[in-house]
Design a protein around this ligand. Structure first.
Ligand code: ZN
Length: 241
């Protein structure tokens, strides 16, 4: 079986569509694994939810997903994120809200635990460093954990009590070493590469393939301008920051 690993779509329908097209071009997958933050920041939150739900998928909740429906507090959001969250809340249908409400905090898929931020604090914690990753290996029972939230692709491995951080390779062989893996962000990458990031897991090869996909950033920026979303949120898309 093959699974696409998607994180942080963030209402960016163009990026999401380009990623789904790329998945099709590579022979398709059996299921999408979505690591949360489907909405927030981007101009088409409801369309992204509809497109996700057209596919067989498993999805966990992100902080923006639950902030948009008032299930968690958005008071720690910066002003731009808070403004986008408020706008997003006004775009969601009743069905969208029910769907977001129903998302679990974590999910288990075979050898993988899925969480938005981290397994010990799924909605809030950012795993940027080996130190923060190290504190999380006891918080999941599977071999591997998939996270998003930072929008930065990375691999953290737990070897004999030492946690090592590495950049996400294009081909990651899963050799049994416990790992926390971040595929990068679909809708708002923050590693300096503005192309949409995602990954495909092949459970026969036991390999995760990492991809970066160009999409029409200018079209998304134009939609954000039309909707009055904060200028910085639009500008950062072309920087990948
Ligand atoms: Zn996010």
């Amino acid at each position: 079986m093959r699974y696409a690993i998607l994180a942080d779509i963030h209402g960016n329908f163009d990026a999401f569509q380009s990623v789904l097209q790329d998945i099709d071009d590579r022979g398709g997958v059996d299921e999408l694994w979505c690591l949360g933050d489907i909405v927030g920041y981007g101009p088409e939150p409801s369309d992204c939810l509809a497109l996700l739900r057209e596919h067989p998928h498993i999805c966990v909740a992100g902080n923006h997903d639950w902030a948009a429906i008032g299930k968690i507090d958005a008071t720690d959001f910066n002003p731009d994120a808070a403004a986008a969250c408020k706008w997003t809340a006004g775009q969601l249908t009743i069905a969208d809200k029910e769907y977001l409400q129903s998302l679990p905090r974590t999910a288990t898929c075979g050898k993988f635990t899925l969480a938005h931020g981290s397994p010990r604090d799924p909605l809030n914690e950012y795993i940027f460093s080996a130190l923060s990753a190290a504190g999380n290996f006891r918080s999941f029972g599977t071999d591997y954990c998939l996270v998003g939230h930072t929008h930065v692709p990375a691999v953290f491995t737990d070897s004999e009590g030492h946690c090592l951080k590495a950049s996400m390779p294009t081909v990651l062989h899963l050799g049994g070493v416990r790992s926390i893996i971040n595929p990068g962000g679909v809708g708002q990458p923050r590693d300096g590469d503005p192309r949409a990031g995602y990954a495909i897991y092949d459970d026969v090869e036991r390999v995760i393939y990492s991809y970066r996909i160009p999409y029409d950033i200018t079209a998304v920026q134009e939609k954000m301008r039309e909707r009055g979303l904060p200028v910085y949120l639009s500008e950062r898309l072309s920087e990948g920051l």
